[in-house]
Design a protein around this ligand. Structure first.
Ligand SMILES: *Cc1c(COP(=O)(O)O)cnc(C)c1O
Ligand SMILES: [Zn+2]
Length: 415
């Protein structure tokens, strides 16, 4: 893609060509932002050229992505993104909001937001002719990479903690990836993956390391723009986007997507971005509250495994996403995360703990008056509840078991 000009380090600002680097800034380890030729894109495309496309997947935004068309028609790689937004009247009423949308990323091919990143990374891998793509994962990034790789016959290797939820591990294996579980946490899997990729020449997808993950994730921001922002009244208050944060790459990716649109002159008003973390995995929120850009590692223990991270790998950009947009960070307890699963479930949306975390953050933002009834709110459910039914069952009471007779039923119903 000739509009892909190269990279700029998010810390020191040094620019690199696309050929010069693959991962992070060699000077300071900073995350790299992909630079596009916005003037050239603007010359070729108008908003209508994008939003009138038939393709409902994230590939409708190909002109704004730094990869070539990866092919793969008729496969999950081609069908990532394009997730629905719900606007549940019952939830609006309960929360006292005039406008509320829940974007359900559980509807992606491997059932989480991570499909956006993995599909674009696999597209890149094919372009640079990598034989093997590897990633460390708490589960979802790996499931997404394994799924997208399987779709197009790409070989993938996944390192995950042995404690990852069973359904996520099953996905990895069923999708035919080479799966290696480590007797350690996500952070130890992360470090091992980088060493292994250097040793064996594998292309590394690691979140907050490979610059293409944020480019894939920015398509979530594009969809919010198309599905919600373009439809708001001219005089509306800015939309407020609620998203859960672990490594900080989803929030950074969404922010990048919105900034791309702003550079193109296609965004009327920048939304306020709210990052939600578990109190027990709050390294990025801590930095936000400290008012600086120094990420101090913690020892994460939250039930929301997808956002359980000791040392976030995309922390600085994640802090900026909230700070530069008039958003904020909010932390929630594991109890609030579990309650969120039940509340979303009651309107027909099944979230894994890291998905309901964003909703729990909204509840808190309303309680603390960070948000008022006129603010249009978008909550992202980042992952499907089927991925972690053990946590789901903590949110509800188990069903009774009775003998299959009317007598037993009468007794149970107290009739
Ligand atoms: C990965 C993930 C997140 C957090 O994304 P980061 O980029 O690590 O901040 C949130 N929810 C789900 C379901 C995820 O899989
Ligand atoms: Zn740098």
């Amino acid at each position: 893609m000739k509009e892909f000009l190269g990279y700029r380090c998010s810390l020191c600002g040094t620019e690199y060509t696309a050929e010069q680097l693959t991962y992070t800034c060699p000077k300071d380890g900073g995350n790299l932002d992909v630079i596009l030729d916005y003037d050239e894109i603007k010359k070729k495309y108008q908003i209508e050229d994008i939003i009138s496309r038939d393709d409902p997947s994230l590939w409708r935004y190909l002109p704004l992505l730094p990869v070539k068309d990866p092919g793969g028609e008729g496969t999950p790689l081609r069908m990532a993104g394009g997730t629905p937004v719900y606007s549940p009247p019952l939830l609006k009423k309960k929360l006292g909001l005039k406008n509320l949308w829940i974007k359900d990323e559980g509807r992606n091919p491997s059932a989480s937001f991570k499909d956006r990143a993995s599909s674009v990374v696999v597209a890149r891998a094919r372009e640079i002719k990598s034989e093997v793509v590897v990633t460390a994962s708490t589960g979802n990034a790996g499931a997404a990479l394994a799924c997208m790789s399987a779709a197009v016959g790409q070989k993938s290797v996944i390192f995950a903690p042995r404690t990852a939820p069973a359904a996520k591990v099953a996905q990895l294996i069923v999708f035919g990836a080479q799966v290696i579980l480590v007797d350690g946490n996500y952070d130890s899997a992360f470090d091992l993956t980088i060493e292994a990729s250097q040793e064996f020449g594998w292309y590394c997808r690691n979140t907050g390391y490979n610059p293409f993950t944020a480019e894939g994730k920015k398509t979530g921001g594009f969809e919010i723009w198309e599905q919600v922002l373009l439809k708001l009244d001219e005089d509306s208050c800015p939309a407020c986007i609620f998203v859960s944060v672990g490594d900080g790459n989803i929030i950074s990716g969404i922010h990048k997507g919105l900034k791309d649109l702003q550079r193109l002159g296609w965004l009327r008003q920048m939304p306020r971005i709210f990052g939600i973390q578990s109190e027990k995995s709050a390294a990025i929120a801590n930095t936000f509250f400290a008012g600086n850009e120094i990420i101090v590692p913690i020892s994460a223990t939250t039930i929301a495994d997808s956002i359980s991270v000791d040392l976030p790998r995309d922390g600085v950009r994640a802090v900026r996403a909230a700070r530069e947009t008039g958003g904020a960070y909010i932390t929630v307890s594991d109890e609030e995360i579990i309650t969120g699963i039940a509340e979303l479930g009651k309107v027909g949306i099944f979230a894994e703990p890291a998905g309901s975390t964003a909703y729990a953050g909204l509840v808190k933002a309303i309680e603390t008056k960070l948000i008022n009834e006129n603010d249009p709110v978008v909550v992202i459910n980042t992952g499907n509840g089927l991925k972690d039914i053990k946590s789901a069952m903590q949110a509800v009471n188990p069903a009774p078991v009775i003998e299959p007779t009317m007598k037993a039923l009468m007794k149970h119903l107290g009739k």
